[in-house]
Design a protein around this ligand. Structure first.
Ligand code: HEM
Length: 537
């Protein structure tokens, strides 16, 4: 099987394959038969019924009938771009991953997305944004499937179907389409206080980014790095936009959603066409590997927690440049398949229970979405590293495999692939000790649901705090149930009394009793927020 070797090669492979269906000067059927007319079906007389015999009519309509594939169960709306990742080389002391060696250039494909809306929803809704990067490295594909917020709603992936059911449109009327503003979402959040930190981010200006080029990205989970000596460390990945972090204000976001629902994808595509690539630095917070996987009192396996940059500096290890638009949305952006299990030697996952479920989910959903197990043969998913697997047959097989014995060892075929040693580049898992009773429970350290939500609130400037209060008030104001609103207020009281009181006032509800908020006069709450640096001029 021919493997493309560079970004250009991917492009050529893509064009080459699509070109295969578009060779020749004449319009043909899928079988290559030239057509005299594609506007009139074959009929029994000009006014007669169409004939079953019309193979062109049937082929054209049948193919059209099957043009759509299921949209992604989450992150359905997205836009993507090709580019290159160039490593600075300073990460080699902590990881042996080849694509992080000094000066190494690796082709990438990046898809940005919203989480909850359908494929046709608007770009500027308040939501989390996906930031998924596929590195076509010489050692195989590495996917860093991240978001624009560093924490997640839930701590255990077994709750993922629940949080998504709560956030997606209501099943009766399919309203609302792509906003977090409804009863089920807030019901979930108020009953799962672990979601509080994430909701603080979602209700902040981070929930309505100005542009993909001004958005941070985060790997969220803690990963384990392995260097050439076999030494390990724990790491959190960041993407830092070279253009800085910018958001819309809510009024702009709402107007853009109506006036130009394609606001973000248009901005990216037009910018690239105009010669203004999107640029990001890949950053790493490196923490020592330890048996308890804690750092400065923070449980590194808890995806609702960040490691503050004051405690572990974000070191920049390479630059991502997105400078080429896809030529075909369906072939590339729609068919790309990211998977957290696509790892390369030098990068391993940890036992974060959210990550553990993701490792199962992506491949599983893609079997349905992309129609069977052979989607790695699609040009956009095809590794640039040489592939020689013993996987055979299946729906949409496009390869003609050679030989008779796709198993190892065998004594039948002459040309056999052999397994590699670690020195030859094999992905060998670190022999990390795992033990413990079988139990459905979280560690006690996962019980802290509010301290980092408070930390986040305290980090905001005055204007950002006002935006946060307005966002909570607006979104919670869409809830029909006062019981749910009151439960959310109780969580907010645990975060910050002023925040809680101001939102309560906006909703026309009393701040909850028996919480720190009882000491705060709601009307005074906003004025109690100390003046910050104010809006950026
Ligand atoms: C899709 C990120 C948690 C299941 C995606 C995408 C991103 C993403 C960026 C879009 C990929 C694309 O552009 O094609 C994240 C992050 C998570 C998270 C950062 C938490 C830190 C989860 C969990 C599950 C899950 C816990 C399930 C247990 C899925 C599925 C898709 C998806 C099924 C659709 C994939 C496809 O159809 O190709 N996720 N996700 N995600 N995610 Fe997640």
């Amino acid at each position: 099987r021919e493997q493309p070797e560079s970004a250009e090669a991917t492009s050529n492979a893509t064009v080459g394959r699509s070109g295969e269906g578009q060779r020749g000067d004449y319009l043909t059927t899928a079988q290559g038969v030239r057509l005299p007319d594609t506007d009139h079906s074959l009929k029994a007389g000009p006014r007669g019924p169409s004939l079953m015999e019309d193979f062109h009519l049937r082929e054209k309509i049948t193919h059209f009938d099957h043009e759509r594939i299921p949209e992604r169960v989450v992150h359905a709306r997205g836009a993507a771009a090709h580019g290159t990742f160039r490593a600075h080389g300073n990460a080699s002391s902590v990881t042996k991953a080849g694509f992080l060696e000094r000066g190494r250039e690796t082709p990438v494909f990046v898809r940005f997305s919203t989480v909850l809306g359908s494929r046709g929803s608007a770009d500027t809704v308040r939501d989390v944004r996906g930031f998924a990067v596929k590195f076509y490295t010489d050692e195989g594909n590495f996917d860093l499937v991240g978001n624009n917020m560093p924490v997640f709603f839930i701590q255990d992936g077994i709750k993922f179907p629940d949080v998504i059911h709560a956030g997606k449109p209501h099943p009766d009327r399919e309203i609302p389409q792509a906003q977090t503003a409804h009863d089920t979402f807030w019901d979930f959040v108020s009953l799962h206080t672990e979601a509080t930190h994430h909701v603080m981010w979602a209700m902040s200006d981070r929930g309505i980014p100005r542009s993909y080029r001004t958005m941070e990205g985060f790997g969220v989970h803690t990963f384990r790095l392995v260097n050439a000596e076999g030494e390990t460390s724990l790491v959190k990945f960041h993407w830092k936009p070279v253009a800085g972090v910018h958001s819309l204000v809510w009024e702009e976001a709402q107007i853009a959603a109506g006036v130009d629902p394609d606001f973000h994808r248009r901005d990216m595509a037009d910018g690239i066409d105009a010669g203004a690539p999107l640029e990001y630095e890949l950053g790493m917070q490196v923490m020592p590997d330890s048996e308890d996987e804690m750092f400065e009192g923070i449980d590194l396996l808890d995806p609702t927690k960040i490691v503050p940059e004051e405690l572990a500096e974000v070191q920049l290890v390479g630059r991502l440049t997105l400078d080429r638009n896809p030529t075909n949305y369906f072939a590339e952006t729609e068919q790309v398949a990211f998977h957290t299990g696509n790892l390369v030697p030098g990068i391993e996952v940890t036992d974060d229970p959210l990550m553990q479920a993701r490792l199962f989910s992506y491949l599983d959903t893609q079997l349905t979405r992309l129609g069977g197990p052979n989607f790695t043969q699609l040009p956009i998913n095809c590794p640039h590293a040489a592939v020689n697997d013993n996987l055979r047959d299946g729906m949409h097989q496009t390869l003609i495999h050679q030989g008779q014995a796709p198993y190892l060892p065998n004594s039948v075929d002459d040309a056999l692939p052999t397994t590699a040693t670690e020195a030859e580049g094999a992905y060998v898992h670190r022999p990390i000790e795992v033990s413990g009773p079988k139990i459905r429970a979280n560690p006690v350290s996962f019980d802290d649901h509010f301290s980092q939500a408070t930390l986040f609130w305290k980090s905001l400037s005055r204007i950002e705090k006002i935006h946060e209060i307005e966002a909570f008030t607006f979104e919670l104001g869409k809830c029909f149930s006062q019981t749910i609103q009151a439960r959310v207020l109780q969580s907010l009281a645990q975060v910050d009394a002023e925040l809680c009181a101001a939102v309560a006032e906006g909703l026309g509800l009393p701040a909850p009793l028996g919480t720190p908020a009882e000491d705060v006069t709601p009307s005074a709450a906003l004025s109690q927020i100390p003046p910050g640096p104010g809006p950026i001029a």
